[in-house]
Ligand binder design. Sequence first.
Ligand SMILES: O=P(O)(O)OP(=O)(O)OP(=O)(O)OC[C@H]1O[C@@H](n2cnc3c(O)ncnc32)[C@H](O)[C@@H]1O
Ligand SMILES: [Mg+2]
Length: 196
Amino acid sequence: MKVLIATKNAGKVKEFEFMFAEMGVEVSSLLDVEDAPEVEETGTTFAENARLKAEEIANLYNLPVISDDSGLVIDAIGGRPGVFSARYAGIEKDDDKNMDKVLDEMRSVPEHERTARFVCTLAVARPGKATVIVEGHCEGSIAYKKTGSHGFGYDPIFLVQGTSNTMAELTKEEKNQISHRAKALAKLKDQMHLLF
Ligand SMILES: O=P(O)(O)OP(=O)(O)OP(=O)(O)OC[C@H]1O[C@@H](n2cnc3c(O)ncnc32)[C@H](O)[C@@H]1O
Ligand SMILES: [Mg+2]
């Protein structure tokens, strides 16, 4: 069994490969597809963007697909970067620049006001059928500096709630136990038949 994930983010692909392997399912992504389109993320919510990405790719290749729209929501700055997480510091999707921008905006925010969460919205789209959308959250707070080298995106500045570790200090096994992406995928577990 194989499922197409409608994403070009290599960090997401690795996590899906790991989580789907436990279910005996192989994963491919738009990184394996020549000339895959760049779907414009014009939505104002994770769910709208997840739907846009999944439906465009499902209709184009006439296959069931899963898309992932995710990001970091920080309370002290009005929920930013939110749906702009990938391109917060510019269109070139530079994780380091994105984190630097967040750290800079959060420099004078005291510890108890640094609460944040990762959100992951997954959409399952099938040609000619209704799209299914699920969401997972992972609570935490924003560190004052980057620590750790695992994971991707904002992981080095995200302190996991109830620990003194950033998400980037966790092993992939640990992250995939508690992450927003793992929680969202768990909600799809009894709907896997939609994909095959
Ligand atoms: O749209 P696709 O092709 O899937 O890839 P993308 O990188 O553009 O993905 P999004 O539009 O969903 O943007 C989400 C951004 O949020 C961040 N992000 C999402 N999940 C994360 C995670 O588990 N850890 C750290 N950062 C994460 C990361 O910077 C992503 O680029
Ligand atoms: Mg994107």
